[in-house]
Design a binder for this molecule. Sequence first.
Ligand SMILES: [Zn+2]
Length: 89
Amino acid sequence: MEENWEKQLACAEVCLRCNTPLGKKDKRLLSVYDHEPICMDCKSAEEKRPDYEDTTRAMISTCMETENRPYGNPASYCFHHFCPFKCKD
Ligand SMILES: [Zn+2]
C-alpha cells in the first residue's frame, strides 16, 4: 500500500459500499474485503458475513507482510480496518 493511502482513503467523500455521503468528521473504516472506505453501517453489515473472521485473518497477515509498522500502530494502514478514523484535512 502506498504511503499516501490516508489521503486517498481517509478523505473519501462517499461510502464505497452504499454511496452514503461521508462528511470529513464522519467516522469510517476500511473494509477487510476490498480495503475501500466504508461507513459504520456497512462495517456492521460486513461483520455479520459468515466469512468475515477468515477474511479478517487473511487480511491481517497480508497487511503484516506489506506494512513495516507494528499491527497496533495507529499510523498503520492495517489498523484502520478496525479503528474508526476521520478525514484529517
Ligand atoms: Zn455504507
